[in-house]
Write a protein that binds this ligand. Sequence first.
Ligand SMILES: Cc1cc2nc3c(=O)[nH]c(=O)nc-3n(C[C@H](O)[C@H](O)[C@H](O)COP(=O)(O)O)c2cc1C
Length: 185
Amino acid sequence: MNETLKVIRNRRSIRRFKAEQIPDSELKEIMNCALYAPNARNQQKWHFTVIRNKDMLDRMENVMKENMMNSGIEFVVQRAKTPDHRIFSNAPTVILVTGDEETRFVEIDCAAAAQNILLAAESLNIGSHIMTISEFLFASEKGDELKKELGVPDGYKHICTIALGYKDETPAAKPRSTDVINYIE
Ligand SMILES: Cc1cc2nc3c(=O)[nH]c(=O)nc-3n(C[C@H](O)[C@H](O)[C@H](O)COP(=O)(O)O)c2cc1C
């Protein structure tokens, strides 16, 4: 297996991170890979907010939890209620991916960029976890204020967040169904 294939096969969603921050130079490499993702008509209507400030990460988690509690969705409420539950698993770096609300296929563009981030991180032995539970981040007035404070461009919506940091666990690969591929030859 070549190195690229190994990286793809070895990536896992990491839910336990070490406190140590990842180096700036590697973060820059990772973010540059995001920008080289394929995207429809090269429209690049994505935006990446890289948060490494612990106070801000704590505030984001608190707003998210509050909004999750108010969501009325049972499993979401239960998750928010879980004692000591940390949505970003104490990752020292979190990337918020947002995209222009009016742009067609922006979710796919952002997903391609997000996958580049995950794989670039794995290639540098940095753990990652993509999540969409963070959609609750902006689901209130407090969330809207936070969105402004984070500098998300006007008219951009939440797509996902990605936690990054050194792995403090080595989970096994989750089983995959292989009967979803149909070869017509
Ligand atoms: C679009 C998307 C949304 C996800 N949202 C969450 C989430 O909100 N919370 C979470 O714990 N994991 C989330 N995940 C991670 C998945 O649970 C994980 O990718 C899946 O279980 C397969 O495990 P693996 O990434 O280790 O291969 C999400 C993944 C994707 C692609």
